[in-house]
Design a protein around this ligand. Structure first.
Ligand code: COA
Length: 317
């Protein structure tokens, strides 16, 4: 039983990722459709992507590693939030399968905010820590290869499969979440969608334009909510859709491009998995130090946007 205690914040104490089993290079795509490695690299920054596996299967792999790193047993977790826009079934929610496979005994739910799903889930998870839960497992997991039209060169080059997970744990005080912002512009549904059972349809140029604005606006709101300025941001962990989107957003935010963490060269766009995969890279290559301020920011179909400011501290390590 959990007592509401608004004085609790949280910390990220474990993290893990999983990627699709098969590597598809740009040259592999060029052998199947009218495109080239040069075009894809120049227009997107993507070199290869990983595909294969199920949304639940990838989520379980990433989740297991996150639990292990946090030193948690399955029964220690009070809630599972699975961000996905590619559930394995229409009914039930994929989180149920993940809950079962991980041996969790807690509640579980899917959250669909497309590529903003991980940050939406992270903020939701921190809310539950304030409501009295001690540990929440948050996973973004996607198998976009199943909803990609492999005949359509304007979308097939972009997407990949993967998962990223974090454990957040309650602690007294404000915790590491300093500011956040969640947004949605529902009128933009038609620029990026897939009907039930259908494939992704996208107006690429329009999505690009809106994405830069949505990302920048959301990031600015979170930075302001945290009482900070762009100069305070140590690293940006952006949604990994297109390197040119990241570069444009960084320019608008006035943050040096080398502060953005990118993994899309090797993963493509893995939707709600992309931010935790990039976070994993930043944490594991040792560049993030105690006291650093991280800006996690994403955008996606909906059109959704989300950002969170996280202050890293010794107790995360
Ligand atoms: N290979 C070669 N040529 C391609 C191509 C490909 N894979 N895809 C499109 N083209 C062609 C187009 O047919 C067009 O040819 P034309 O000038 O003869 O008509 C030309 O390249 C330019 O196409 P355009 O769509 O204007 O390219 P772009 O620079 O906007 O890049 C995207 C296309 C999709 C890479 C880019 O718009 C994008 O990344 N958009 C955002 C997508 C996104 O982030 N989605 C996920 C959101 S979560």
């Amino acid at each position: 039983m959990s007592e509401i205690n608004g004085n609790y914040g949280g910390r990220i104490t474990g993290w893990g990722i999983a990627l699709g089993s098969e590597t598809i290079t740009n040259d592999d795509l060029a052998s199947r459709m009218d495109t080239s490695n040069e075009w894809i690299l120049e227009r997107t920054g993507i070199k290869e992507r990983r595909i294969g596996g199920s949304t639940a299967g990838l989520a379980v792999q990433a989740g297991q590693d996150a639990l292990e790193m946090a030193g948690c047993k399955a029964e220690d977790i009070d809630l599972l939030i699975l961000a996905t826009t590619t559930p394995d079934d229409q009914i039930p929610a994929t989180s149920g399968m993940v809950q079962h496979e991980l041996g969790l005994t807690c509640g579980a739910m899917d959250l669909n905010a497309a590529c903003s799903g991980f940050v939406y889930s992270l903020v939701t998870g921190f809310g539950f820590l304030k409501l009295g839960y001690k540990r929440v497992l948050i996973i973004g997991s996607e198998t976009l290869s199943r909803v990609t039209d492999w005949e359509d060169r304007s979308t097939a080059i972009l997407f990949g499969d993967g998962a990223g997970a974090v454990v957040i744990e309650a602690e007294e005080g404000n915790g590491c979440l300093l500011g956040w912002n969640l947004g949605c512009e529902g009128s933009l549904r038609d620029i990026l969608y897939a009907e039930v059972g259908g494939k992704i349809i996208m107006a690429g140029k329009e999505v690009f334009r809106k994405a830069v604005i949505a990302m920048t606006d959301s990031a600015k709101s979170s930075i302001a909510a945290a009482g900070l300025s762009s100069n305070d941001i140590s690293y940006v962990i952006p949604h990994q859709a297109n390197i040119r989107i990241i570069e444009s957003a960084m320019k608008r935010l006035g943050i040096a491009e080398n502060r953005a963490v990118s993994v899309l060269q090797k993963t493509g766009n893995t939707s709600s998995a992309s931010i935790p995969i990039a976070l994993f890279k930043a944490l594991n290559d040792g560049r993030v130090k105690s006291g650093d301020i991280l800006l996690l920011v994403g955008f996606g179909a909906g059109m959704t946007s989300a950002s969170a400011i996280i202050q890293w501290s010794e107790s995360n390590e």
